[in-house]
Design a protein around this ligand. Sequence first.
Ligand code: NAP
Length: 656
Amino acid sequence: MYMAAGERLMNIPGNDSDLREALLDVNTPTLLLVLASLTGDDKWLAPRFAPAPIEAPEGSLFPDDTGRYSDELTKEIHEAAVTIIGEVRDGQQMISAPPRLERFHRMLNFSTAETVDAGQVAMLMEETRFVDRDEQWRVDLMAATNAGKAQDFHAVIIGAGMSGLGIAAKLKSAGLRFTILEKNSQVGGTWYENRYPDCGVDTPNHFYSYSFHRNPGWSGYFSKRDELFAYFDDCADAFDVREQILFECEVEQATFDEASNSWQVSYRDTRGARCNLAANVVISAVGQLNRPALPDIQGLETFSGPMWHSARWQDDSLEGKKVGVIGTGCSSVQLLPKTAEQAQHSYVFQRTPHWVAPARDYYRPVEQGLLWALEHIPYYAEFHRARMILIFGDRSWPVVVGDPEWPDKALSMNEANHGMREALIGFIKEGLGDKNQYLEDCTPAFPVWGKRLIVDNGWYETLAREDVSLVTETIECITPEGIKLIDGRHIDLDVLILATGFQSNRLLTPMEVLGVEGRRLADVWGDSANAYKGTSVPGFPNLFCLYGPNTNIVHGGSIIYQIECQIHYTMQCITQMLDQSLQAIDVRAEINTAYNKRVQSLSRNLAWGHANVTSWYKNSAGEVVNNSPFSLQEFWATTHDVDLNDYRLLRQGSNG
Ligand code: NAP
């Protein structure tokens, strides 16, 4: 069962011994915050309960944040917890209200043994739902709808993946009319389409889920595709938006009509017929990684065996086959170990190596006691989420920012970044073992975090297998029988897997989006997509792009977090439009230009803007067009409040 935030279950099942057993799996610093919150008593934050600092043991994805208490003190805390939570269970103790900002800040400082930035705390108040961020727009939106200002409102959302479902949840809760057009036959977007072996997420699920629809039941810390798809599928029902989705309807064109300040959206329906929908607002929720990129290699189409892209997986048996895998990004790393287990021999064609991070607990299931605590102990899930965000979010930000004084700029950003490089090279050596001839080929010539750090699932150990070969020679062409390299060698293959990524620089294509004066978005952007706060594009009024340009994250964190920031921004825009009876808003070109100048200037000094990095984040001019130049905290602050002075306000007959 998924639990909407704010609906803490007060019916705590079981008895003291169930509770005692569950506590064995919970995090003690988090438990102390629970006790302080349940009782309202700060004695649980006293120095004698202060945890040891969080430490990151080498090779472990999870830092040691246990607090390292003595057995005696742990027992004392657990017994107190049994008493307090038991009293809540038995109705003898009322639960205190959630902490306010100042107390929450003290709590987080206490439980991390660090000084948490005040801005982070404000953000976490919302992520935990101790503060309902929707309050910022809900009251005004209700007033506008009650005054009949939303009667003719209709939004078209393009895509029913995690962005589309997220904004649909908000529009639905506000009682606004909307339609979702989805090209697939199911919801879930990327988690519907990608089914390659071992496909899964590399952000802890307790954070990779909507803040307003947590799932206490994730089976693993990093869930696999089927469980993720099931979560999003459940969301469509939990948000009550399935009826608004038109499946197998692919948008072809969206045209802004200046006479009515509204949009016409054309799509092909399930029978291939062309249909139109009028909309005041168009919300693009198409994602950045939904159009597979096939490699531009001569002879690709001549290969005579089965060939498929990682995002269009085919379940053909690989047993006894010679299998080629082109690409060494996240998809390839995830799918290779299972592929190699089946194939007679696997050949990995690498153009550039990626950094791969050790993660010995990647497959760790969520402990039974923790599952119980997340579902049944009031406040536990909130504090758990807050700590996950602190630990897996901006902690790595300082490592990605260039230090102007750092001498070794060719390979690293700063001292910490260099230290990580050294540690990861050690990890490569360890993983390759006797196949250390691959060491140089496996060591990237760009800084760590130049691309998203791949969470390891046995990559180097797989490359080290006798029946796996790493091929780094450039591919000359593909032949009917396999791959020819420029050194003249030919590698015979039965099956070819293209783990070659996505067409990411041409956002929103192949849709044709026509704005003011009929300008085509594809022409305006080329491969330099840019938008104000990643969301609004000048000349395209009332078009809101979720997971738009420069919103992707590399250094850590969950894309759902970014999307929620943009949903919040978009809901404010819609609210202010309705409240002020505006037909449309169009971000001012000079505001967008200034914003994006800053985006580019910041990006150049971040690991993924480094000159040695070639990636799907960069366009042909070497500019970063996909990634956010902000820490998670900064992106939250950037998108938190709408200022309509940034926009041209369009009303019938008086635009400007
Ligand atoms: P990707 O990161 O873009 O990797 C594509 C790979 O194909 C690269 O190694 C690239 O080499 C290679 N390639 C492309 N064209 C080639 C050509 N013509 N010849 C030889 N090699 C070629 O794609 P991806 O692995 O599908 O990952 C895309 C993104 O999806 C990731 O960055 C991540 O954000 C997301 N993802 C996440 C997860 C997860 O959460 N665990 C899993 C999968 C994907 P170069 O590096 O030299 O360009």
